[in-house]
Design a protein around this ligand. Structure first.
Ligand code: UGA
Length: 454
């Protein structure tokens, strides 16, 4: 089988590389000549674990090709996958101009029966709209359009592709479904469920999944706020909830609010679809509001931890990527926190293992200092704030941290550290939904209330 993948962003590149690993000949197409040249040299434009090895080995073996020309890739392909960007417009709608442009260009190069699928996250009805446009461009072409959304997470995209929870395909014809079954045969044989339906169902499934996960995160974030008020431990609440198999334990970690290129964009698009089709998604509407508010309040929370103000204080922020194992800062809480701290008069330094360059481009403030060395970042800090749960930070010893920084205020927006240990090391330690009133001093040490009572 041969495939063509249009767009070598994170979805397209991972899809092309992983399918070529299954022995399918994959042609990745991108209009950016420099990017294509770099990929041919084995240079990967994004940081994604395991991707470089896959790209390099399959390219060397002749199973994975990169080109700028659709004419080279599309005519020979059985399946053409559209994986170009769908940026958000000011209205909250997904901008489909790149999807449609790719589809029309594909139509010009089709040869023999081909299934054209959308990998990009596209609103309900897009597959049909693509089909209509392609037919206008090339009325005699023999093709079907299918929806085949991806469920990859940044930072573990290769693993997610190789071991998916499910594969979703929406198409109108048996012929298209059969070809898609054949494409994913290695995974289906391995026991992965392929949910076959019509294009609308498949398109909606993607938005519903991302929106529901955003609901889960926002729910536990609001529970954490309540925990802070009523002196309860959100970690224990979340564990208790997650052990109910109907709820499941994932996406119940309270934090600074969700970010990334998917949840914020997809929740907005989903809510918009609800309004457009007269089926309001009121839960998702509220989630968007709650998450935005949460991110806006981050700087204020740091100020509160610093005794009411950060004016003139040195604040070190650890982690600017929206989550670990990625260099992506899109909609990252850091984009609210860093400017927020500056506006409140703090001197800000920031560290991240991968995303410093990216955040510097987004946050236009020359006074913020960016450090590749963590020790340099925190050495003069009155307060340290953890924003991304990188493994590098989880491993830090509280005593070491305390010795290295100047002050003793520590705000942990990811609940990475053990409260007792942090208090014992002399920190004024603040985390999310784990109020300090849960602990009390005993024999000069700080212990959990439950232990104190024993
Ligand atoms: C998300 C989905 O998880 C993927 O299934 C989907 O394919 C992808 O969007 C997409 O549409 O392309 P991703 O954006 O990479 O993946 O990141 P997630 O791991 O889902 O995290 C999203 C946000 O939620 C992050 O800001 C993360 O910090 C936050 N989060 C997640 C929490 O705050 N708490 C949690 O318990 C889990």
């Amino acid at each position: 089988m041969k495939i063509a993948v249009i767009g070598t962003g994170y979805v397209g590149l991972v899809t092309g590389a992983c399918l070529s690993e299954f022995g399918i000949e994959a042609w990745c197409v991108d209009i950016d000549q420099d990017k294509v040249d770099a990929l041919r040299r084995g240079e990967i434009p994004i940081y994604e674990p395991q991707l470089e090895e896959l790209v390099v080995s399959n390219h060397e073996e002749g199973n994975l090709h990169f080109t700028t020309k659709m004419s080279e890739a599309v005519p020979q392909a059985d399946v053409v996958m559209i994986a170009v960007g769908t940026p958000e417009m000011k209205t909250g709608e997904a901008d489909l101009q790149y999807v449609f442009a790719a589809a029309e260009e594909i139509a010009r190069h089709l040869s023999g029966y081909t299934v054209v699928t959308t990998k990009s996250t596209v609103p309900v009805g897009t597959s049909r709209a693509i089909c209509a446009r392609m037919k206008t461009v090339n009325p005699t072409a023999d093709f079907d359009v299918a929806s085949n959304p991806e469920f990859l997470r940044e930072g573990s995209a290769v693993m997610d592709f190789m071991r998916p929870d499910r594969i979703v395909v929406g198409a109108d014809t048996e012929r298209a479904h059969e070809l898609m079954q054949q494409l994913y045969r290695p995974l289906v044989l391995g026991g992965v469920h392929l949910e076959a339906s019509n294009p609308e169902t498949s398109e909606l499934a993607k938005y519903a999944a991302n929106s529901f996960l955003a609901v889960k995160v926002t729910f536990i974030n609001e529970v954490a706020d309540l925990c802070d008020e009523v002196v309860a431990d959100v970690g224990a609440v979340s564990r208790s909830m997650g052990m109910d198999f109907r709820i499941a334990p994932t996406f119940l970690n309270a934090g600074p609010g969700y970010g990334g290129s998917c949840f914020p964009k997809d929740t907005k698009a989903f809510a918009r679809m609800g309004r457009e089709f007269g089926a309001r998604q009121t839960i998702v509407d509220s989630v968007i509001l709650a998450n935005n508010r949460r991110k806006e309040m981050l700087a204020g929370k740091v100020a509160e931890a610093c005794g009411g103000s950060v004016k003139g204080k040195n604040v070190a922020v650890l982690g600017v990527a929206f989550k670990p194992n990625t260099d992506d800062v899109r909609e990252s809480p850091a984009l609210d926190l860093l400017p927020g701290l500056r506006e409140a008069g703090a001197n800000v330094s920031a560290h991240d293992p991968k995303a410093l360059f990216q955040v510097q481009r987004e946050v236009d403030d020359e006074t913020i200092t960016y450090h590749t060395d963590l020790e340099d970042c925190i050495s003069d800090a009155d307060a340290v704030v953890v924003l991304t749960e990188w493994d590098d930070y989880k491993e830090l010893e509280p005593d070491w941290l305390h010795k290295k920084m100047r002050g003793n205020t520590f705000v942990d927006f990811r609940n990475l550290y053990d409260t007792e240990e942090m208090l014992e090391s002399g920190f004024e330690y603040f985390s999310v939904g784990r109020p300090r009133a849960l602990y009390q001093a005993r024999d000069g040490r700080s212990v959990a209330l439950q232990q104190a009572a024993e």
